[in-house]
Design a protein around this ligand. Sequence first.
Ligand SMILES: [Zn+2]
Ligand SMILES: [Zn+2]
Length: 233
Amino acid sequence: MTASAYCYTDCLNQRGMRGLPRTLPTIVGHAAVGIVEHAGPAITRVREGNRVLVPGTPECEVCFWCRKGRPDQCEHLLAPARPVAHRADGTPVITGIGTYAELITIRGTWAFPLDSALPDTTLTLLGCGITTGVGAAFNVGQVQILFGSIDVLPNGHVLVPENLNNRVAEYNPEGRVVWEATFEAPVAATRLPTGHTLVTSMNPQRGAVELDRAGKECWQYRADTRVTRAFRR
Ligand SMILES: [Zn+2]
Ligand SMILES: [Zn+2]
């Protein structure tokens, strides 16, 4: 890696959000410019020696969301952080992409060849900050935070986990909020036949939580790893 921007996502990762266990050590850094040292035989987009941009989020090109033309929602975004190394005492060092390392191993679809005279320190901003900001400005009013799974209810209402708002909201077909509950970084929400709501959080300490009709927690399943979806029969 030759340059890597600093992003709010790194702050979240340092605090153990976004699926990284709260225990350090971890390698932060999530958008960068670098040179390809080696490309596997199946890699067609980049070759050894290419100067490439590594964006903050993956685009696998083959999952449901990537094929649907929404690579911003690629399912690998929610993949658990990987152990990439061990300290001398055996402690695993984990990371999502970890562009603050000198070398990283990523899938071929996560690297984009660059053809520009701009310096690496400027181009690295294309990996997240610029694309996020420009996207929000150009698509104003159409911004969707779909980071997780929604539930379409039999009456046509939609239950949306709004992770950035720390709430789960039920919208009627006119787009009005008819029910809401406060919940930390929800990532999936399902309505149970009882009228209760089952939610999971981006915080791995939360596991799955059941909220009653008043939005109060009435049951919890604890897990040491992030639960991305939960169902109850
Ligand atoms: Zn970012
Ligand atoms: Zn994908």
